[in-house]
Design a binder for this molecule. Structure first.
Ligand code: FES
Length: 111
């Protein structure tokens, strides 16, 4: 069952900043602040694997630092072809904690 996990506290990220954290199965996920809103999407650009954290955040989008692909923070859609999406995770604020709903780890074992 998915669970909300605290990944940061209010005030730790300035507007436009982002931070990476390990999700289930060590998959890296990025927490982004756009204005006063927070979003969580996969922290790996599907183009060539760059982290999306540290990218330019504006108007609900993050721009990859390597080749400027842009992704919508609200659903992980690639701006140039919204049918292509990366993982996106619900975010909620509880008190001063920013929490992200993460899926359960899969039971896949690496060889
Ligand atoms: S790696 Fe992100 S745009 Fe190329």
């Amino acid at each position: 069952m998915p669970q909300f996990v605290t990944v940061a506290k209010i005030g730790e990220l300035a507007a436009g900043e982002s931070v990476s954290f390990a999700g289930p199965n060590q998959k890296m996920i990025g927490l982004f602040r756009d204005g006063d809103e927070y979003f969580a999407i996969d922290d790996m650009c599907p183009h060539a694997g760059a982290p999306l954290t540290g990218g330019y955040v504006e108007n609900g989008m993050v721009t990859c630092r390597w080749h400027a692909w842009r992704f919508r923070l609200s659903d992980g859609a690639w701006a140039d072809n919204p049918r292509i999406k990366i993982g996106c995770y619900p975010v909620r604020i509880v008190g001063d904690e920013i929490q992200v709903e993460l899926p359960n780890p899969t039971s896949e074992k690496s060889a």
